[in-house]
Each structure stands twice: as C-alpha cells, then as structure tokens.
Write a protein that binds this ligand. Sequence first.
Ligand SMILES: [Fe+2]
Ligand SMILES: [Fe+2]
Length: 246
Amino acid sequence: MKPKEQHVTVSHPGYSDEFYREEDAPLAPSEPEAEPLHKTHDTTLEANLEAVRMLGLKLPTDPRWVNVAEKTIEEILTDHAFCEQKAATMGVTLIVKFSDHARLVDEVTPLVAEEWGHFRKVLKELKKRGLNLGRQRKDEYVVALHNQMRKGGSREQTMMEYLLVSAMVEARSCERFRLLSLYCQDEYLRKFYYEFMVSEAGHYRMFIDLAKHYLPEAQVKQRWEEMLLAEAEIMANLELRGDRVH
Ligand SMILES: [Fe+2]
Ligand SMILES: [Fe+2]
C-alpha cells in the first residue's frame, strides 16, 4: 500500500552573489564533464553548492530534502516515472516542431529512446515494490517553466525557448538525482539515482549545445541567464515536497 501523501517544507539556503559569480559563466564551466559532478561522494553542503554552481542553477536544494524524499520513495518513484515520460514527450515534440533541423533530429531521437528507457526502469522499480504507475500528478515546476517561455519571436527563437527549458528541467533533475545519489541511506537507491544523474547531466549539455549550434552564443547565454533567474524564483516559491522530484 502506498504511504499517505506527505508534504514537507524545508528551507532553501537561498541565492547569494557570493554563490554565483560573473566569471562562472553558465555555458562553459557548467558543462557536466568538467567534474566533480560525477565523482563527488563526500557529503558536505559546500560540495553540493559547487556541483549546483557548475550546472548554473542559482538556488541549490537543501540536502535535507533527501531525508524526507527517502521516506516516501514510492511517491518519488511515481513522480519520477512521469518526469521521464514528460522528457520523452518533449523530445518528440521538439522533433516534430523542428523537423527541418537535421542535427536536432539526429540528437534528440536517441534522447527520446533513452528517456523512455528511463521511464521503463522507474516503472520496473515501482513494480518491484508491488506498485502500479497510478495517475499523473500536476507538475507545477514544469508548468511554471513553460509559462515563462517567450512567445511571438522568430522560429529559431521559439526553438531556443524549447531547448533552454528542456536544458533547465534536465539541470534541476540532475541536481535532485545527485542529492539522492549522495544522501539516500539505501545503497541500492544511491546507485540507482547516480545513473540517472549522469544521464540527465548529458542531456542538459546536449540541449545547451544544440541551442548554441542554431543561435548566436551571446543570445543563448543571455537568455539562459534570464531563465536561470526565473527558475530560481520559481523554485523559491514552490513548496519543497518529499513526494516530488521538483
Ligand atoms: Fe531521464
Ligand atoms: Fe533527461
């Protein structure tokens, strides 16, 4: 039987200028392969801040979120399954909307397969625990991110909006999976989430690179900066729940 829905609020450490400096340009140093994202397994808040900074995110999640999330892991898994479904669906949307962009089609097609593979993997985890997928929940985070997308620009600009929102969801998912991979009590779950973290970090980078391929880098960078600020505000206003990935 599923545990009762549990809403828990933990505080955000908050965004400060000290945490984000101008020289930490998000498009270059935040590229995931630049380490230590994949290998950091110490448990200091400082290490967490560093990894988040490398993703460019301006508001780090309080690591204590994991303590709550782990207690309602079935809820997290259900929400996670739908996150993977949405990532795959978004990939298909991108391919259909911008089907005349060969590189986008070439790179997003295998991503869709990978996200669907993630969905199946999470579904398998649910089954292992005797649970079914159940009904989808409203994803307030993704809805809010989509709401701040700019409309009415050129087709290329619209594509950039889609690519950067996709990159943002990947970056935040990566941050949350990283926390789960570090702080879950259960070793199996730590490994489980580590694999997702690595994969989503790669997707984040791919979306940013695609945007830079099709649009001037300065334009992408400026819009990414704006979106990072908007995302931090969205996060600050969202209840940090133990039953949600975002
Ligand atoms: Fe995924
Ligand atoms: Fe992804």
